[in-house]
Unconditional design. Sequence first.
Length: 84
Amino acid sequence: MTSREPLVYIDLGVGGMTCDDCVVHVTEALEAVPGVERAAVDLATRSAVVKARADVEGSALTAAVRATGQYNAFERRRRANASA
């Protein structure tokens, strides 16, 4: 990924996580989506913040989480990367 590509932060709600292993599975699933630079998953708030190219669809992220078989996700909001 080049620094010229616009990046956004995508906030997701993630349901079904109960332990640190869940956090690892969801993080790996999100970071495997093409265009995702980084994912930070929080068990306590049942949420994730994904830093990705602007063209990454929220539906691709939610599908990746659901494909793990245990979790559900939905996009809450998308915001521009202030340092981009």
